[in-house]
Design a protein around this ligand. Structure first.
Ligand code: ADE
Length: 243
């Protein structure tokens, strides 16, 4: 999988990617991420990338020239570019969209170009004319798109075949099925008087599976009623929840 990140803070994107699963995928060549500094495309004397908003208001807006030149230069390097700009005003990312993005990258050779906004935002003409998708990672406001780019790259990388290895299968993960994850426990059997649920020590795989399903369903109902409302519950699920 190959991706590009356009940012005013390249180190903010590069350094976190050196670690853990993404770092390993990068060093194995399963993933390539090119990080470009938008400021290096500014043609004005002081490499200025922002200006005050027309119509007034607080803050600064990222001006079109450096951004559009950076996007066009990156697009020219890609066979199948797909430009995603980050904004809290974008469409909300979820696991289904992550899965689609990975499929398009891995199967069709699409390369995502992530555009990270800063300041009060990006001149709307850039979003309208040069971006294919506007993405938000949640209903809160970050200081820029860099953390959003890292979130998407991390979520995508672990779905790239081979990145997690055989031991962990993302398909079995809760959110892949529209459910929250069931609770996990490890050693010791009792910690400061809190025991591990007895069923997990029973060795009875059928009982363990239905206990986990019941916990995942109950937790989703309690913590994420929005997800719960979208589930189609089997008769067995309904019985589990009642119990
Ligand atoms: N930029 C600022 N806030 C953001 C958010 N929630 N998602 C994506 N990009 C952002």
């Amino acid at each position: 999988m190959k991706a590009h990140v356009l940012t005013l803070f390249p180190e903010l994107v590069k350094q976190p990617m050196e670690h853990s699963i993404v770092g390993r995928a990068l060093s194995r060549g399963q993933l390539t991420v090119d990080v470009l500094d938008i400021r290096s495309f500014a043609t004005n004397k002081h490499a200025k990338v922002d200006d005050s908003p027309y119509g007034g208001g607080p803050g600064m807006v990222m001006t079109p020239q450096p951004l559009v030149d950076a996007i066009e230069a990156t697009r020219a390097l890609c066979q199948k570019p797909w430009v995603i700009a980050f904004s809290p005003a974008g469409r909300l990312l979820d696991q289904a969209r992550v899965r689609q993005l990975v499929a398009e990258s891995v199967t069709d050779g699409r390369e995502c170009i992530f555009v990270c906004g800063r300041y009060e935002g990006i001149d709307e003409r850039v979003l309208d004319g040069w971006c294919d998708e506007i993405m938000s990672i949640g209903d809160y406001v970050l200081s820029g798109g860099e953390l959003a780019a890292l979130v998407v790259i991390d979520a995508m990388a672990r779905l790239v075949p081979g990145v997690l290895g055989n031991a962990a299968s993302p398909d079995e993960e809760s959110l892949e099925q529209g459910l929250l994850e069931y609770p996990q426990y490890s050693r010791p059997e009792s910690f400061r008087g809190h025991p591990v649920p007895e069923v997990l020590l029973s060795g009875d795989h059928a009982r363990i599976a239905s206990w986990r399903r019941a916990r995942a369903l109950a937790r989703t109902r309690e913590r994420r009623p929005d997800l719960f409302a979208r589930l189609t519950l089997s008769a067995a699920d309904k019985k589990l929840l009642e119990s």
